[in-house]
Design a protein around this ligand. Structure first.
Ligand SMILES: [Zn+2]
Length: 275
């Protein structure tokens, strides 16, 4: 595991104005594999209100927080700044603190990226394709956003959400595959996209094309479509008519679940009319 050597570069303890100073946060975000993280403002972390409830979620919480904020107490130096109440640690404990600091930073990060400032920073990364692009052919290289399937640590790894096809994918890099999804959370990408929707220039259009499986040029019918059409004698026109009459929620849900069938029918129509 990577170890933070930022302290060694400092001539003057904890002086962020020193040119050689590398903060733990910058060091962590620049590590290979941590490209999905943004640099959380120190002010955000220093505000205890933003950390409510996190102390019970990570071991060595205070040491981990001091490490993140570059407070020297965890190294055993007696400079009386801040956490002088924390005694020096053994090498093994130090390793645990480093691991806890990464988890703690991830959990703070998940909260930060849903603030206005965090959303702006992540939007810039999104615009820069820092999270990669959708692997689906008909999404045409749409930039994706990191998302968690759970807000609880160690439940699932980070996934990538495509705002065009609205599906999630495994990251391509094995380093990214091992990142905890809770460090981005279940809310972040949808909150960002909701905000972006207010700006017409940032609206992401839905995909216009979908892949149609064919055998020797003939579209492969889904078993459900065939049975339904056979039993109900449902014509293409009737099917579309039914869609237009879907007014209540139940109908909309039913149609959504049968979206594939309707798409097939439409494709069939256009093919017939086209030649
Ligand atoms: Zn996509």
């Amino acid at each position: 595991m990577d170890t933070y050597f930022g302290d060694g570069n400092r001539n003057n303890d904890s002086d962020p104005n020193n040119e050689e100073f590398i903060s733990w946060i910058n060091w962590f975000c620049e590590l290979k594999g941590n490209e999905f993280f943004c640099v959380v403002d120190r002010e955000f972390i220093a505000d205890e209100f933003n950390l409510t409830g996190l102390s019970s979620m990570v071991s060595f919480y205070h040491y981990a927080l001091e490490l993140i904020l570059d407070v020297d107490a965890h190294c055993g130096s007696e400079n009386g700044s801040g956490g002088s109440s924390t005694p020096p640690l053994t090498e093994e404990q130090q390793r645990l603190v480093e691991s806890s600091a990464e988890t703690l930073y991830g959990l703070i990060h998940a909260r930060f990226i849903t603030t206005n400032r965090g959303l702006k920073m992540m939007e810039d990364k999104f615009a820069n394709c820092d999270f990669g692009t959708c692997p689906r052919v008909f999404c045409g290289g749409q930039a994706v956003l990191p998302v968690g399937q759970s807000d609880v640590v160690r439940e699932s790894s980070v996934k990538l959400f495509c705002p065009k096809c609205e599906d999630i994918y495994y990251p391509r890099s094995s380093r990214h595959k091992s990142l905890d999804g809770a460090f981005w959370g279940t809310t972040f990408p949808h909150l960002l996209l909701l905000q972006m929707r207010d700006n017409p220039s940032k609206t992401i259009p839905k995909p216009v094309q979908r892949y149609v499986p064919r055998i020797y040029g003939f579209r492969v019918r889904q078993p459900g479509t065939f049975v339904e059409n056979e039993e109900n004698g449902m014509s293409d026109i009737k099917s579309e008519d039914r869609l237009s009459k879907a007014t209540n929620k139940e109908n909309l849900e039913t149609n959504a679940s049968k979206g594939t069938n309707q798409e097939d029918v439409k494709v069939g129509n256009s093919k017939t009319s086209g030649g």
